[in-house]
Design a protein around this ligand. Structure first.
Ligand SMILES: [Ca+2]
Ligand SMILES: [Ca+2]
Ligand SMILES: [Ca+2]
Length: 214
């Protein structure tokens, strides 16, 4: 049986990295291949990567797990996809490694220059703390941060995760749900996460699986 993508997401660095900045994303994408463009709106690097994986015949049809990559993750993913052919993507998906790991790590761990000339590490971008003197490292972070009513921000991955992170539950308001066969409502992000949240496992049905050689 093919592995589902939960194992892919757990063995690659989606949780381990935290990445940053449009100029680096464009630098990453200059190598041609399957990538291109910045991390904007609905066509984020993770979605481009999953599309490329499917186009290369490396996954079955079905739903991918929900993930909320950080800025650094997105830079790394963008870099990998921009440079990878289908064989490279197969190694990345099936083995969790890429021949571009080192180069992409280098690109995505560069320091970023603030407006005043100071530099900050890439992983300070969109981390919720203003590290540049004008706070520009926290601008345009809507893909990575959720803004609570009190103006503070939390990681996007904490939105709709079942925990009240804002204090008044606004990060858990209006979250999409999925109804199990027995009527139980679960959070939609629990689908295809590798755990049976419905007693009959319906939330894990119809999920994409990796197609790996051998
Ligand atoms: Ca910051
Ligand atoms: Ca939450
Ligand atoms: Ca589940």
């Amino acid at each position: 049986m093919n592995p589902t993508f939960r194992s892919f997401f757990r063995t690659t660095r989606f949780d381990a990295l935290g990445l940053g900045l449009a100029m680096l994303l464009s630098a990453c994408s200059s190598g041609g291949g399957g990538g291109g463009g910045g991390a904007t709106g609905s066509d984020r690097p993770i979605q481009r990567m999953l599309r490329a994986v499917r186009d290369c015949g490396l996954s079955t049809d079905g739903r991918f797990p929900s993930v909320s990559p950080t800025f650094e993750d997105d830079c790394f993913i963008q870099c990998i996809v921009a440079h990878s052919n289908c064989d490279d993507l197969a190694a990345f998906v099936c083995d969790g490694t890429s021949r571009f790991d080192g180069a992409c790590d280098d690109v995505c761990s560069q320091d970023i220059e603030c407006a005043d000339g100071d530099t900050i590490p890439m992983d300070y971008l969109c981390d919720g703390e203003e590290d540049c003197s004008f706070g520009e490292d926290e601008n345009d972070c809507g893909d990575y941060r959720f803004r609570c009513e009190d103006g503070s921000t939390i990681d996007k991955s904490s939105q709709c995760d079942g925990e009240d992170d804002c204090g008044f539950g606004e990060d858990e308001a209006g979250c999409p749900t999925f109804r199990c066969g027995n009527g139980l409502l679960i959070l939609d992000r629990a689908r295809c996460d590798g755990y049976d949240d419905c007693s009959g496992g319906e939330d894990e049905a119809g999920c994409a699986a990796a197609i790996c050689p051998g």
